[in-house]
Design a protein around this ligand. Structure first.
Ligand SMILES: O=C([S-])c1cc(C(=O)S)c[n+]([C@@H]2O[C@H](COP(=O)(O)O)[C@@H](O)[C@H]2O)c1
Ligand code: NI
Length: 411
C-alpha cells in the first residue's frame, strides 16, 4: 500500500487530481474500463501529456455530449430539470454498479459532502440538490474516477499540503461567485483544512469537487514528510489561466517498516490507540490487525479483558507514528465493532539502528546494529535467516548462529 502526498500549491479540481494520477502511472485503459461499470454513456475521456513552463504533466478532460455545464444547479432558479440527477439518483447509480465496495463508499461520501455544502449555500434540502444532466455526468466521472484511481494505484493514505486558492470572483451560469467559491468555503466549516488565499491570483483554484475529494479522503495536512523515499512524482494540469504554473503535484511513496529504517533520533513520541471490543470475532480481529500493520502501525496486539456486564472481551492496542494516527483510527472504526477509540501520546527511547550484511557459509544475511551510548547489539534479521533455512532445508538455529558469529567481526 502507498501514500500519496498532494502538493496543492495551485489548488485542486477533479480533473487535476485525475491528471496527477495518470501522470503517476495510472493505466488510462483500466480507468476507462472500470468507469464503464457505472453504466452511463455520452462521454469521452482524454488524457494528454504536454508541458507548461517546460515541466511535463498530464491534461485530463471529460468531454460530455451536449457541451460543458459543470457543477450543481439550484432548484429555485431552474424550472426545467426533468433531465436532472438528484443526489439519491447518483448514489443509487453508484450502488448498482459492480465497482469495488471501497470505491463505491468513497465516491458516495464525496458526493454527499459536496451536496451537503450546496444544500446549505442554496437553502435547499439535501434531497432537492440536483445536477443538470451534463454536469452530472462530468462530476460522476471525475469523482468516481478519482476513487477508482486510488484503488488501482494501491493508495490507502493521502497527505496534503495546505491548499492554495485564488481570490476575486468567477463567472458561472447563475452570475458571479466569490473565491473561494461558496461550496468550497462551506465544506471548510467545522474542519481545520488549511487554505492559503492567494490575493495575486484572481480566479478559482480549488473547485467544489477538489475540496470534496480533500475533505473526504485526506488524512493529514502538512509539509511533505522528511524521511520518505519518493517512488514517483506527477503533475496534473488545471484548465484555468492563473498567470502561474497551474498544476497539482502528486508524490507517491511507500511507508518504510520501522525495522528497515535508519533511526537517527533516540527519543521520539508515538501514539498508542486502544479500544475495548466485546462483540468482535477472532476472524475480524485478525483482519483488522493485518490492515493496521499494512497501513504502517508499529505494532498491534490484543489483551483478553473482563468488561462491564460480565463480558469477556478483547482490548486492541495499536502503536504508531503520530502522523498516521488519524489513518489508524479510521481503520479501527471502519473494521471493528467499536464506536469510539481512545489514544495517548507516549515518549519513547529507541536505540539507533543501521544495517550491514555479513557472509556466512549459508549465504548473505542482514545484521541490525542497534546502539545507544556505549550499548551495542548485533541482531541477525529473522527473515533472512528463515528464508535461507527454508531454501536449504537446514535448521533455523544453525543459520542464526552462523550469522551471530559472522557479525562479531563487524566494526
Ligand atoms: O452551479 C452551481 S450551483 C455552482 C455552485 C458553486 C458553489 O460553490 S455553490 C460552484 N460552481 C462552480 O462550477 C464549476 C464546476 O465545479 P466542479 O467542482 O464540478 O468542477 C466550478 O467553477 C465551481 O466553482 C457551480
Ligand atoms: Ni452552488
Amino acid at each position: 500500500m502507498k501514500t500519496l502526498y498532494l502538493d496543492a500549491f495551485s489548488g485542486i479540481s477533479g480533473d487535476m487530481f485525475l491528471g496527477t494520477m495518470l501522470d503517476l502511472g495510472l493505466d488510462f485503459n483500466k480507468l476507462e474500463s472500470e468507469l464503464r461499470k457505472l453504466k452511463i454513456d455520452g462521454y469521452k475521456l482524454s488524457c494528454k501529456q504536454n508541458d507548461k513552463s517546460s515541466i511535463y504533466g498530464t491534461n485530463f478532460d471529460v468531454q460530455v455530449n451536449g457541451g460543458k455545464d459543470k457543477g450543481f444547479i439550484e432548484h429555485k432558479h431552474n424550472h426545467s430539470h426533468h433531465n436532472a440527477r438528484h443526489l439519491n439518483d447518483i448514489l443509487k447509480l453508484i450502488d448498482n454498479s459492480s465497482l469495488k465496495e471501497s470505491v463505491k463508499n468513497n465516491s458516495k461520501n464525496i458526493f454527499t459532502e459536496i451536496a451537503k455544502a450546496e444544500s446549505t449555500v442554496h437553502h435547499m434540502s439535501l434531497t432537492d440538490v440536483h445536477f443538470h444532466e451534463v454536469g452530472a455526468v462530468d462530476s460522476i466521472i471525475d469523482i468516481v474516477g478519482c476513487c477508482i484511481a486510488l484503488d488501482l494505484m494501491d493508495i490507502d493514505n493521502i497527505i496534503s499540503s495546505p491548499l492554495s486558492d485564488g481570490s476575486g470572483f468567477i463567472q458561472v451560469a447563475h452570475g458571479q461567485m466569490p473565491v473561494p467559491v461558496p461550496a468550497v468555503a462551506q465544506m471548510r466549516v467545522g474542519t481545520d483544512i488549511p487554505i492559503k488565499q492567494r490575493l495575486d491570483i484572481k480566479t478559482e483554484l480549488v473547485t467544489p469537487t477538489g475540496m470534496g475529494i480533500v475533505k473526504t479522503l485526506v488524512n493529514e495536512f502538512g509539509p511533505l514528510p522528511e524521511q520518505i523515499k519518493p517512488l514517483k512524482i506527477g503533475y496534473g494540469f488545471g484548465k484555468r489561466d492563473t498567470g502561474g504554473f497551474n498544476a497539482l503535484r502528486g508524490i507517491l511513496f511507500e511507508k518504510k517498516k520501522l525495522s528497515q529504517k535508519v533511526i537517527k533520533d533516540t527519543k521520539d513520541k508515538i501514539t498508542l490507540i486502544e479500544a475495548n471490543l466485546d462483540d468482535q470475532t477472532g476472524e475480524g480481529l485478525g483482519y483488522v490487525m493485518q490492515k493496521l500493520m499494512n497501513a504502517g502501525a508499529y505494532d498491534v496486539f490484543f489483551t483478553p479483558i473482563q468488561m462491564k456486564k460480565d463480558r469477556p472481551a478483547t482490548k486492541i492496542t495499536v502503536l504508531g507514528n503520530i502522523s498516521d494516527q488519524l489513518l489508524l483510527i479510521k481503520i479501527i472504526l471502519k473494521e471493528t465493532s467499536t464506536i469510539g477509540v481512545r489514544y495517548q501520546h507516549w515518549h519513547r527511547v529507541v536505540m539507533q539502528r543501521r544495517f550491514e550484511k555479513v557472509t556466512t557459509d549459508y549465504g548473505e544475511i542482514k545484521i541490525k546494529i542497534a546502539t545507544y551510548g556505549n550499548v551495542e547489539k548485533k541482531i541477525p534479521e529473522y527473515i533472512d535467516c528463515a528464508q535461507i533455512a527454508h531454501r536449504k532445508n537446514i535448521s533455523f538455529i544453525n543459520v542464526y548462529q552462523s550469522a551471530i558469529i559472522a557479525a562479531q567481526h563487524l566494526n
